[in-house]
Design a protein around this ligand. Structure first.
Ligand code: MLT
Length: 311
């Protein structure tokens, strides 16, 4: 079944194709006859793209987030959309933890102090994990793994996730909270939601007013979940202890001046950029592909409730 690969895939993807003798099914060209398309983060599968591939039956999003695919159009055209939800969970949760550790231990301002030929008298206090009251927004694979890591280091953790019931929270061993209570309680806010019409600009000027304590902010989910202007406001209001962002509304990110502050920690969408995660992503992509092509089975179909379309 002709499969077009529209973005760069890890090396082991092509090796696996060769090992299995599947190369003849694949092309990197935008061949209109393709029945399957494999994409990653940066292909916008909008109406025009669907129109370009009239024979499409399946899109495999190598990775987790599928806000770049118009699910309404997919449904209209009877195209199934699948992703690889397990591949990046470890690396994204670890990326979150690393951001938090770097902020608590003042690693960025610490370097600046040395560069300015000063010493620790001019530094802010470092924090211990046990001082953290973490509110996780979205307790899926990455959110729950992050919660576990933080709990093991002594942080208090609560989570807000309107899609989970009591039994699911219990199974994940994380305390559930209502959003308003959680925002009043926490001193660290970490986002692990898909980008949907509901989560667009979740961190906003309005939400900022509901946070009662000076707070740390982490976003390793999707850039548009956080309104960058609200970060500026939080800095101006002196409420922000630090913000760590791996994802941005538009990538590559064109950084406004206030984002150069010592309190802002940035990485260029590296949450899934470990060797292991990339290899798993290629393997999971080909598992979805082979089930569909050889067994006519669909695995890892995305949840249509979590859909996003640009206004
Ligand atoms: C994801 O959604 O899985 C990540 O954004 C993966 C990526 O870096 O493409």
């Amino acid at each position: 079944m002709l499969t077009t690969v529209l973005e760069k895939m890890p090396n082991n993807f092509w090796q696996l194709l060769e090992q299995n003798g599947w190369q003849q099914h694949f092309t990197s060209k935008e061949d209109k006859r393709a029945k399957i398309a494999i994409i990653r983060t940066y292909t916008d599968f909008d109406k025009a793209k669907f129109a370009h591939f009239p024979n499409l039956k399946l899109i495999i999003r190598a990775g987790t987030g599928y806000d770049n695919i118009d699910l309404t159009e997919a449904k209209k055209r009877a195209v199934t959309v699948c992703n690889t939800p397990n591949a990046n969970a470890i690396s994204a949760a670890e990326h979150t933890l690393a951001f938090i550790a770097a902020m608590l231990k003042q690693q960025q301002p610490g370097k600046q102090i040395i560069q300015n030929k000063k010493w620790r008298e001019t530094a802010q206090n470092c924090w211990e994990f046990a001082e953290l009251k973490v509110l996780i927004i979205g307790l899926g694979r990455v959110g729950s793994r992050t919660a576990k890591l933080l709990q093991s280091l002594g942080a208090q953790v609560k989570a807000y996730d309107p899609y989970l019931n009591k039994a699911q929270f219990e199974k994940k061993q994380v305390t559930s909270t209502e959003l308003e209570f959680g925002l009043g309680w926490c001193n660290l806010l970490s986002f692990h939601t898909p980008l949907t019409s509901q989560t667009y600009h979740y961190f906003s000027a309005k939400l900022l007013q509901m946070l009662q304590c000076p707070f740390w902010l982490v976003n390793t989910s999707r850039g548009s979940v956080v309104d960058i202007a609200a970060i500026k406001l939080a800095l101006e209001q002196n409420k922000l202890l630090g913000a760590a962002l791996d994802v941005f509304p538009k990538e590559p990110f064109n950084m406004p001046d206030f984002m150069r502050a010592d309190k802002i920690y940035l990485t260029p969408h590296l949450g899934a950029f470990t060797k292991n995660a990339k290899e798993r992503m290629a393997e999971e992509t080909l598992q979805v592909w082979q089930k569909f092509v050889f067994e006519n089975k669909i695995i890892s179909e995305v949840d249509p409730r979590f859909t996003f379309r640009k206004k």
